[in-house]
Design a protein. Sequence first.
Length: 417
Amino acid sequence: MTLIKRHALLLLIVGFGILVSLLSTSIKTSYQVFFVAMSDDFGLSRGEFAWSGTLFMAVFGISSPIVGYIADRIGAKHTIIGGLFFSGLLFLLMALTQSFTSFLLLYGIGAAFAYTAISYVSLGVLVEEINAPKLRGLIYALVTNGAALGFVFLAPLWLYLEAFLSWRDIYLATGLVFVLPLTLLAIVVLRFSAVGQVPVADQPEPAVPERFRQRLARVFTNANFYYLSLGFLGCGVTMAFVDIHLVAQLKDMALSANFIALSLVVLGVAEFIGGIAAGLMCDRYPARLVLSGFYLLRAVAVFILFALPSQLGVLLFAAVFGLSFMGTVVGTSVVSLTIFSKEIKGFAFGFVWLFHQIGAVLATQLGANLYDLNGNYQLVLLVTGVIAMVSALLVLRIRIRVADPSRADAATSVQRA
């Protein structure tokens, strides 16, 4: 394979990864924007309707190691194609159901599995299949930064369409896009991109497949796994507030739809910038220090909104939180994909995301319950900020020891003292 063809292939895969990452956020951003409308549609309080989001967060966590295991076995490209089609089917079914119980199962279980298959875990395995360890942080940041574009483009789009269409109409149209053109595009791009066939000098021979119990042992006997995962639990807490409760809080502040859209655009642009910066820094500096810094930045953002509940405070929160949004994900991903061998990367990364979703579950449901109890999100913000600070301290405990010389270059960014 010529150098030009290799670079063209790399750009094609990264570009498609960005598109998948962008459109995958429709599962969460649409729920975020239509949270109030959907709860009213089903005649439920926010706390009652939030159980659908809570179940989604829990199943997302449980499904992460499962999807990671599947991606390790059949490849990221097949996992992503299946996830795209399944996502479209679920959007169509959710648009048609009149029962909250059905919606709870479709969104809370089905959409969670689908989202897992087309988001961070599968994309992490896709990055490994590209075989560019020295650019791991940057490539992962680029691919997953489609999520930032979701805030820039999709969230404002949902807010705009909400004035003309019901959430059911929007879900129906979104489902058709996923089931037909997007799935077909994925098959064409990924089938003919030869992912995983990019040659790498001195690439080691494939290892003998390990038994499931051996894989579990390799994950849970690694002390760094616990520091990384418990810190990522804090990421889940803070992200769940933005994913589930932020728009609801801004509406409670009587802010206009245009201003809410502007704040989400600011958050998305800052997220894109922060994600790229995180990728570059993780490729050059100790990832644990980069990761700790982004957790501290996130704590600052949350305390800003807590102390300054105004338009200025919202914009400052959006900018600062946005800078940290992908920073914690990219940093965590670089460390996780470095700690574990190629054969179990997706599986191990899935368990790291399981801890993330434990935090997300707690924040989703307890945040809604505390709102029902107090009529505001102030206490939620205070607790969230403290948890982010704890995460910053936990990841400083991470220490990497590279036993396999073939992975020394890949671990450089997290091994430096």
